[in-house]
Design a protein. Structure first.
Length: 121
């Protein structure tokens, strides 16, 4: 699960806006710097953060559902191969076509010769 996003910039801005509000409620510093615009931008950022965190939650939920469905699909894939094995046999071409390895084509492990026996010869 992903961590939800918090914003230190947003927290600082909210504190600064409160402090400026205590100076004057409708402060206009000129050059387009108005307290009301500052509050509007803070609200916009807060809303985007909420949307982002909500989408993360939705994405996490969808990911969990996907993983569960994959587990079910993996299990059914195993059952399908087993069904082909039961119906056609483990050494059949149908079993190989379904993704299995035919018994006659399996590699057999080679026995290791002990070093002692080799040296005695």
């Amino acid at each position: 699960m992903r961590m939800k996003r918090s914003s230190t910039v947003l927290e600082k801005a909210e504190k600064r806006a409160s402090a400026i509000f205590s100076i004057q409620e409708d402060l206009d510093l000129g050059s387009g710097l108005k307290l009301n615009d500052y509050y509007t931008l803070i609200a916009t950022v807060r809303e985007k953060q909420k949307q982002y965190n909500a989408l993360l939650s939705t994405l996490d939920h969808l990911y969990s559902e996907l993983k569960a469905e994959e587990r079910g699909l993996m299990e059914m894939s195993e059952h399908m191969l087993s069904g082909v094995k039961v119906k056609f046999g483990r050494d059949s071409y149908e079993y190989e076509m379904a993704g299995g390895v035919r018994r006659s084509e399996r590699k057999h492990p080679k026995r290791k010769v002990k070093a002692e026996m080799v040296m005695q010869s």
